[in-house]
Design a protein around this ligand. Sequence first.
Ligand SMILES: [Zn+2]
Length: 254
Amino acid sequence: MRSYFWFLLICLLISCAKSVEEKKTFSEEKTSTPSEETELSSQKRVDKKVKSNPVTQIKADPNELKSLPDATLVDITKYSDEFTLNIKYATSDNFLKTAVYDCAACYVRAPVAVALIKANNELMKLGYRLQFFDCYRPHSVQKKMWEIFPKPGYVANPRGGSIHNKGAAVDLTITTLEGLPIDMGSAYDHFGWESHHAYANLIDEVKQHRTLLKETMLAFDFKTIRTEWWHYNYVGGRRYPISDFKWNCTEDEE
Ligand SMILES: [Zn+2]
């Protein structure tokens, strides 16, 4: 009887050991399956990519804009990456034939940024997005532009300044969602009848593009000016002071 008891006990121990071994093998197989390994490491790569993406790191909550003091000048690209920038005055591809900005940036007053983000969201539902040619323009740059091209109607006299100097005017167009240009009937800063809102000798497609941009901007508290299809003033934007803040062109370079 005693030997039978020992026999049973030994059998039980062997069986337990075998079961543990099987479980171990199974779990090892499970973690070392090549396809899962690949998936796991590629997932790690994705996570790493997201974390190291500088655009993600600098992004701020657009709702924060509403709690900022009214006159805060903000870099709109820190609150939305849905716009594209084509800042002509940071290049020599403009009517002055020289760059007057050290680098491209789009700063506007906080409420102006809120309105632009809303307008862009509406346009994106229709397959378009906003592209900026010019936003806030420091007063010293206005003076520089006036020195190069002192012609009222082309450049605002720095004595009175421009709404651009107040951070409440934008020069912009619409592009496709992919950022491809769309025919607006005349180039940016083309100072001729073709750029006027009332100019009617345009093909229907161009008229539709201008109407879409205009109606969207008007719906989000912007006003047109008669002579430039690309220029919009924020309603009440004259209340802001003329500023000479200059954006840092090196802060994002590492
Ligand atoms: Zn303008």
